[in-house]
Write a protein that binds this ligand. Structure first.
Ligand code: HPA
Length: 257
């Protein structure tokens, strides 16, 4: 059973070195996940892989069934999730091409199914979300990036926007004032749902453009995004190969008495 899952974002619809053993279609009380869960081995470590936007990148950020995705992973025995995401850079030095491991998040999304606390419950539970990402998983990614000499921002606040359009320059200025360093469209409700399911969850972000109004050009260049995705995801794959065995190891350590 795989205890670790990778949710692939834009640019990471496949995990090249993953030796796929089986594909499992999982149905959940919340509907269908983005696709079958791909169960395989990376190195000697078992992982589940789920491309967030579907295999052919057909599901836009606001239509991803985040509840079904995380439910399916949890139900399959997953305890930890690395969420890969392409993002725009807002904060100082958050330049395209860098990796980033956010430690905080602000939610600007709306009208997404954002909780499992729903319907007629006997008791409403509130989860603590002060620190939205698993610090130990963040640490492992930070250490892994240092070991591989990959340029990475080791903390930052991720602002989750609704999409699918990119932001206006004024929206980005507002996000800057709010303290956002990164902007992406999939960070929420994914992180909060993971917390509700008691999953260890961390984000490996790849910065693919300067956010609206911050780059040298008049507008955000789709060509720049494409180019950064291609070169950047090579780094993400390298990092995952180093980090995945460590996370597995940490889990089994934690389970020892
Ligand atoms: N904004 C929102 N999401 C993104 C961006 C952006 O600039 N770049 C990549 N994902």
């Amino acid at each position: 059973m795989a205890e670790l899952a990778i949710i692939g974002g834009t640019g990471l619809a496949t995990l090249k070195n993953l030796e796929i053993k089986n594909r499992r279609v999982v149905r959940t009380p919340y509907g269908e996940p983005s696709g079958p869960l791909l169960h395989g081995e990376l190195g000697n470590t078992e992982v589940l892989f789920l491309p967030r936007h579907g295999r052919g990148h057909t599901i836009p950020p606001h239509r991803v069934n985040y509840r079904a995705n995380l439910w399916a992973l949890r139900e399959s025995g997953v305890r930890s999730v690395i969420a890969v995401a392409a993002v725009g850079g807002i904060g100082d030095g958050m330049a395209p091409g860098r990796l980033a491991f956010p430690d905080q998040i602000i939610d600007y999304t709306w009208s997404r199914e954002h909780t499992y606390v729903d319907l007629e419950l006997e008791q409403v539970n509130h989860v603590d979300f002060t620190h939205p990402y698993s610090e130990s998983m963040r640490r492992m990614m930070i250490d892994g990036a240092r070991e591989l000499k990959l340029d990475a921002a080791e903390q930052g606040t991720y602002g989750a926007t609704q999409g699918p359009r990119l932001e206006t320059a004024a929206e980005i200025r507002r996000m800057q004032r709010d303290g956002c360093d990164l902007v992406g469209m999939t960070g929420m409700p994914e992180a909060a749902l993971a917390r509700e399911l008691d999953l260890n969850y961390a984000c490996c972000a790849l910065i693919v453009n300067w956010a609206a109004g911050l780059g040298s050009g008049e507008s955000v260049s789709m060509d720049e995004i494409e180019a950064s995705l291609v070169t950047g995801m090579v780094k993400v794959r390298q990092l995952l190969e180093v980090v995945i065995p460590l996370i597995k190891h940490a889990q089994s350590d934690a389970q020892e008495p």
